[in-house]
Design a protein around this ligand. Sequence first.
Ligand code: GDP
Length: 445
Amino acid sequence: MRNDNIAAISTALGAAGVAVIRISGDNPLDIAEKMFVPSTKKAVRDFEPNRMYAGEILADGFSDYGMCVFFRAPASFTGENTVEFHTHGGTAITKGVLKKILSLGARLAENGEFTRRAFLNGKLSLASAEGLIDMINSESAGGVRAGYSLYREKLTREVENMQEVLTAALSQIDADMDFPEEGLEETSREKVCKAVEEVIDKTRSLISTFAAGSRVKNGVKVGIVGKPNTGKSSLLNALLHFERAIVSDVAGTTRDVVEGNADIKGVRFLFSDTAGIRESEDKIENMGVALSRRVLEESDVLLFVMDASDITEEDRKIKKLIKDKNVITVINKSDKNSVTDERADVYVSALTGENIDAVKDALYERAVGSETDLNGDYLCEERHYRALIRAEKSLEEAQAGVKTLPLDLVATDIKSGWDALGEISGKTASEDIIDDIFSRFCVGK
Ligand code: GDP
């Protein structure tokens, strides 16, 4: 195992109150004692773990006054001896401190190398490391929650429980093959069958949470469609609470796709307002039409806007065009006209703001579902989803063969399912998968 000292600036570069530069490896204190002068009499070598010491940090060409803390292996993030310098935040300060550390023998850490070492030292699973990246990169409360649940090993624990059930089934098969006795095989097959079914059920229930979970993590793409002048831009503005789209009563004014984000119950919704879907002679508007088609294809949910005072054949045509999509039909301008229409899901007035919350509720319900507990168990990573699909497939094969096929063949399928589940925690993940995951980290994490 590599235990050389690696170092990096762990906070974002820029002017800030404080910044953290850390060193992890066999002997980071050797470096610290050459560049830190404690204000107390305690020598750096004798620092108590997990305690902050104030003092002078001797950097490259200048000094800063800050703190130094030592974490003793294995009780550190990486599982190795670690030293952190807490300096004043500033690009020149942090770079100067790092430069000094490197001149004293540490090597600059690669992307995600601290977390990779934590993984290799058994401090966290691969899914937990992914949760950590998700949290760091997230811009919504829902995204942070999804990442946090992975980071705290909720999914890993569940998957490991499923693996244990399969391990027991495999031992059963082993025992049966080692000591074949009259009548025993029948009970053995029943036990194995039950175990496989139990794990298939859990696998399926996790798989079923992926659509909502990935939206919680990545955000929900919403396209606003409808013929010109129905109030799409006004609705977008009302949803975003600020003037973003151009509102005009000349039909076809919204020529480009206008985008904006809004947070609904902690989940990020990314709205695209489109030009009307109708064909147009106008070249620029035609570009907008092409963009609308892209929005149609890419959106998770469509808000189809009709004007209460002007429902026509054109609306019917658009409705037909999007009939296979996940559509919420909004009748706008309810302040002007109180028509009812069996196609409507929500009646609003983008102008007065009346019922805008009902549009938000409908969006959340369609995209995430009120059943999805943001603090509960759900899948949010594509990689985990794919691993579970593979596990499900192998276990279904085991299930199909368990009554009739030789048990060693059934065992092979169960083992494949076990391996697929192990990719989630990282126990059976290939070096390539591991490389790919840690390359997504920034330097310093
Ligand atoms: P778009 O072409 O679909 O994006 O429509 P706009 O948002 O540009 O709105 C077209 C016109 O309808 C503008 O004059 C808006 O002020 C008006 N409008 C939009 N929403 C409402 C509403 O809820 N009530 C009323 N009375 N007028 C609205």
